[in-house]
Design a protein around this ligand. Structure first.
Ligand code: M6R
Length: 625
């Protein structure tokens, strides 16, 4: 059976330092991409040494420590598998049948069965169930032929063999390969899966994410689909898969190694929750007009007059990003009166949606690599629509391929459960709504009120974070429950969905988000003493309605945790627990009300002994459908 490695992490190193330590360090930083098994292959005068094991990177790190090696180059991999067993044999790297080629791979070789049959007919035997081993053997076959025709020019033959093999492959790949005959050289390539070059001083790296280079270099080159890189210790060159030479563009990563470290926090998720005031500051920096009445964005690449003609916007995203799209829908329709539709990117890409000629498409993605969002974007672009993106990862595929957009500047988000990236997306959605609103009917004075409210958000979030201990206490009270409801209306509905998703993801508790008024149409049947409800009750139009919903739950003996910014207006004793938030204007509420549910999910998961940063079955970046 095929064992597909899909959302894996790749790190390759060639330099003058001990490769094993650098690869392990890089893998640990990429472990969020998959953590079923890990492995590395090192190359020195003794040939290729392979170590791979099921389990976390720490397991293979121990193996590496027990085998002291001085190799200064190698490739490595951390894996997230779907089909087939998680076994040592299926872990990467894979060696070709003749032991010449070692390969790590992120993606799916769709025609692996055909290629495998051809190789088997030529006498190749296979040791694993993976498509990656097929590619390793194909490269080895091409290498044999190339090195003969090159008269022993092993280096050129190796690069050409990788190209030749890739030309026969259908599917997606980010790969790193090395050849036993060619010490000191690595070859990488990408199509559909990310691969980045880390340009160092006397050393070079390749990785699935810039996090792999933290502490070694901040200079990077983002490879495009169909490109192949040939790395030596002191230089590198890029060609296309059909041998055309490419001039590299070196970019600088805008965050430091400390940003990617835990610091004094026990988990990345908690660190990232506490980073939200700063993430929101970063999202706003330089983005308000001088007169303080609107937002401004440098990278939209669209003439304001053209933007005024837009009469429909479609937002595309997945998971948490999809929830932020729902907030964008509400705020843009309210401030700018432009009809907005929100679609799951995964549905949009296959449903041939009719798009009007004045429709603008927005994608929202933290990683900028989610395949469903990427393909939905490409489909909209193929149809000729302008697609803008709200993206966190600078240089990611979505950010590079879209027509323009807004970077979040949230810094690296490493916890699998998205937190600071979500609130930054929501905040940017509010700024975008303001910008579009001011181009239409929103007055100067109203614009200034919105700007002033948005600017207060970091301080308000800090006030909520000050209540973390109180929320932890509430979390302990309910940590043994196995079902939760999250109820919110209007702007709070997406936050109810997000609260439920956070709890599901990291504590494995069944949780549902619902519009509060919909409860009586079905979910009310779930209410009982063992099913707590988290009810969002912001002051405003629907406050009293939500209070009635809470009464209905209490009448059925359901425990209620209410989150409100109301003071005395919230009736004493109505809810079992009340998390009081500071007074805030409506535009800030989605961000503010998210923070307590992030903390609640976090503390419940910790109390249940769950692995918060690496929840079971999940990976941070979903790079195949
Ligand atoms: O990187 P993206 O924002 O495109 O990721 C989309 C979803 O996969 C992501 O939000 C997922 O739902 C998170 N695990 C949520 O915490």
């Amino acid at each position: 059976m095929l064992c597909k490695p899909i959302m894996c992490g790749i790190v390759g190193y060639v330099g003058k330092h001990k490769a094993a330590d650098i690869l392990i360090e890089g893998l640990k930083r990429l472990e969020y991409r998959g953590y079923d098994s890990a492995g590395l292959a090192l190359l020195d005068e003794g040939g290729i040494e392979l170590m791979k094991k099921t389990g976390r990177v720490d397991v293979v790190a121990k193996v590496a420590q027990s085998r002291p090696t001085t190799a200064t180059m190698g490739i490595s991999h951390t894996r997230w598998a779907t089909h087939g067993g998680v076994t040592d044999g299926n872990a990467h790297p894979h060696l070709s049948w003749d032991g010449k080629i070692a390969l790590v791979h992120n993606g799916v070789i769709e025609n692996y069965a055909f290629l495998k049959a051809e190789l088997e007919a030529k006498g190749v035997t296979f040791r694993s169930e993976t498509d990656t081993e097929v590619l390793a053997n194909l490269i080895a076959f091409c290498y044999d032929a190339e090195s003969v025709s090159n008269g022993g020019g092993y280096s050129a033959a190796f690069v050409q063999a990788v190209r030749q093999a890739l030309l026969q492959v259908e599917g997606t790949y980010g790969i790193a390969a090395m050849c036993a005959d060619v010490p000191g050289e690595l070859v990488g390539a990408r199509k559909g899966s990310p691969l980045i070059i880390g340009v160092g001083n006397g050393e070079n790296m390749i990785g699935s994410d810039v996090a792999a280079f933290a502490g070694r270099t901040q200079n990077v080159v983002y490879l495009n689909d169909g490109q192949v890189v040939h790395l030596h210790r002191g230089d590198f060159s890029i060609t296309t898969v059909d041998s055309l030479s490419i001039d590299p563009v070196i970019s600088k990563i805008d965050w430091s190694v400390e940003d990617a470290d835990l610091g004094h926090y026990p988990h990345f998720m908690l660190k990232e929750i506490f980073e939200q005031p700063m993430a929101i500051e970063n999202a706003m920096r330089g983005r308000f007009s001088q007169d303080g009445s609107t937002a401004q964005f440098g990278g939209l690449n669209i003439d304001p007059r053209e933007l005024r003609q837009i009469d429909r916007i479609v937002f595309l995203g997945c998971g948490t990003a999809w929830h932020s799209c729902l907030v964008a829908e509400y705020l843009i329709e309210k401030f700018a009166r432009i009809p907005v539709e929100v679609e799951y990117a995964s549905e949009f890409r296959y449903r041939n949606a009719p798009l009007d000629k004045n429709t603008l498409v927005f994608t929202v993605s933290q990683s900028g690599e989610t395949i469903d969002t990427l393909e939905a974007m490409r489909e909209a672009m193929r149809k000729g629509y302008r697609v803008l993106g709200i993206t966190n990862a600078v240089g990611s595929t979505i950010a590079r391929e879209n027509d323009g957009g807004i970077y979040q500047h949230s810094g690296p988000e490493i916890g699998v459960a998205s937190t600071k990236a979500f609130t930054a997306q929501v905040h940017i959605a509010a700024m975008l709504a303001l910008y579009l609103g001011r181009m239409r009917d929103m007055s100067f004075t109203d614009g200034r009120h919105v700007v002033s409210a948005l600017q207060k958000t970091p301080g308000l979030i800090s006030q909520v974070l000050d209540r973390a201990e109180e929320i932890e206490h509430i979390a302990h009270k309910y940590a043994d429950k196995n079902d939760f409801l999250f109820l919110g209306r209007q702007l709070m509905f997406p936050i109810a969905l997000e609260g439920a998703l956070k709890l599901k993801e990291i504590s494995y508790i069944h949780a549902e988000g619902y519009p509060a008024a919909e409860m009586k149409h079905g979910p009310i049947a779930l209410i009982c003493p063992d099913c707590p409800t988290v009810a969002f009750a912001p002051k405003g139009e629907i406050f009293k309605k939500v209070l009635s919903n809470i009464q209905e739950i209490k009448a059925r003996e359901g425990p209620v945790i209410a989150i409100t910014n109301a003071g005395k207006e919230f009736p004493e004793g109505l809810a079992d627990d009340v998390i009081k938030l500071p007074e805030s204007p409506e535009v800030v509420q989605p961000t503010l009300f998210t923070v307590p549910v992030q903390l609640l999910a976090y503390y419940i998961a910790v109390a249940r002994g769950c692995d918060v940063d690496k929840p079971r079955n999940l990976a941070k970046s979903v790079t195949v459908e």
